[in-house]
Design a protein around this ligand. Structure first.
Ligand SMILES: C[S@@+](CC[C@H](N)C(=O)[O-])C[C@H]1O[C@@H](n2cnc3c(N)ncnc32)[C@H](O)[C@@H]1O
Length: 393
């Protein structure tokens, strides 16, 4: 699980990570300020969720500035709530004030009978509009708050799991998490995947075989499969995911992209990948760390892929080893791990309980246990927060 935007991230020990485990740590005032700033950030996240899910950002982007009454009418929502949200968004510096719709006799004072602030008109500037509404942009971060909302709904189950064992499955997190995941990775697959694979010539050659058969395990909503199908129009693809609603989304996405004739999706555990149809290549995009039994899946992949084929795992580009304090990527991945990926992995038994912070040595151990001979890190850098591994027979 990762966010995708190209945002500046702090270095270990930088401003985002005051203190350290071996020093004195932050003072009370310093730490209170940090936590307060985090709480303000959380409020941004919650209010962005409202604006995303209620269609308010999309309306402001598509139809221009609006008063609270106009926005409510456009989106079928309640004016009083829209007004509070609009004012909060402007105070937070996300929306700007546009020319008022109508002026009362004393400037901004509302006409008689109209509540204060109801005549103010709000605009979504181009920068936030891209981040909040452009699903094709690498800066599209709007889906991330959906993941937080999904987690919020499961907090009681999370507490039970932390106390008593077990977990909270990906399916339990529901549509918000599923759609957040799909939408966060989609722009990277759409814009960057073909070029990235082209930078690994051996891999590109395998995928360019005239009758190539390729599997995408843990394919989610299938955006990776669709991107591969567009990049390699002569190849056939099979996507596998254990989550039925994700497979439904993948089928619809392939259909809409016009590649459904060469792409099939299967609601199945990737450990059951058939070995009787030899594959030229298999991919596992950001899913190996979620799997309760990754060695079973990698073993099935190894059996299915031809010895001269290619197996690629894309997973989080976390540091080689634990170090504290860590940088923002490590903080983000430990966050996802505590609330999403580790509880998901532990929701099935038996489970190795990997979590989001799957370090290169851990993946290498899984690959060797699955019968692969060695693991190579591919020369693909700057692809969101991911590292690409090739597993060699
Ligand atoms: C974090 S999502 C990644 C989805 C997609 N690859 C992407 O990059 O957006 C992990 C996916 O792995 C799937 N998954 C986990 N274990 C699986 C298994 N054993 N077989 C098939 N899919 C699995 C989950 O259902 C989920 O859709």
């Amino acid at each position: 699980m990762s966010t995708t935007a190209q945002v500046p991230l702090s270095e270990p020990g930088g401003p985002g990570t005051p203190g350290g485990p071996t020093g004195e740590g932050p003072g009370a005032e310093e730490f209170a300020e940090r936590l307060f700033a985090s709480a303000l950030g959380a409020l941004d996240v919650f209010s962005v969720y409202l604006g995303d899910r209620l269609g308010w950002y999309r309306s402001l982007a598509a139809d221009g500035p609006a008063t609270s009454a106009e926005l409510a009418a456009r989106t079928g929502t309640q004016e009083r709530y829209a007004r509070e949200w609009l004012e909060g968004q402007a105070v937070a510096g996300i929306l700007t004030l546009a020319a008022p719709a109508a002026r009362g006799p004393e400037g901004d004072a509302p006409p008689s009978g109209v509540p204060g602030g109801a005549t103010r008109r709000y605009a979504l500037p181009p920068g936030p509009a891209e981040v909040l509404t452009d699903e094709h942009s690498l800066a599209y971060v709007a889906p991330l708050p959906r993941l937080f909302a999904a987690v919020g709904r499961t907090f009681d189950e999370l507490l039970d799991a932390y106390r008593d064992g077990g977990g909270v499955s990906w399916g339990r997190l529901g549509a918000d998490a599923r759609e957040a995941q799909a939408d966060l990775n989609r722009p990277w697959f759409e814009h960057e995947l073909a070029g990235a694979l082209g930078r690994a010539p051996d891999l590109h050659a395998v995928l360019s075989r005239p009758t190539a058969r390729v599997a995408d395990v843990g394919c989610g909503a299938g955006w990776s499969t669709v991107a591969l199908a567009r990049a390699y129009p002569q190849a056939r693809f099979d996507g596998y995911d254990i989550d039925g609603p994700s497979v439904d989304m993948a089928r619809a996405n392939a259909q809409a992209a016009g590649v459904a004739d060469r792409v099939a999706f299967h609601a199945a555990d990737a450990a059951t990948l058939p070995a009787d149809v030899p594959l030229d290549a298999a991919f596992a995009f950001e899913c190996t760390h979620d799997m309760p039994r990754p060695v079973e899946v990698l073993s099935a992949v190894r059996r299915a892929v031809l010895p001269d084929g290619a197996v690629v795992v894309m997973d989080e580009a976390v540091a080689e080893e634990f170090a504290a304090p860590g940088d923002d990527v490590e903080r983000l991945m430990y966050g996802f791990s505590q609330f999403v990926c580790l509880p998901d992995g532990l929701s099935s038994s038996p489970s190795v309980g990997t979590g989001t912070v799957m370090r290169p040595a851990t993946l290498e151990r899984y690959a060797l246990d699955a019968g692969f001979e060695r693991v190579e890190v591919l020369p693909i850098e700057g692809f969101s927060f991911f590292r690409f591994y090739r597993l060699h027979h």
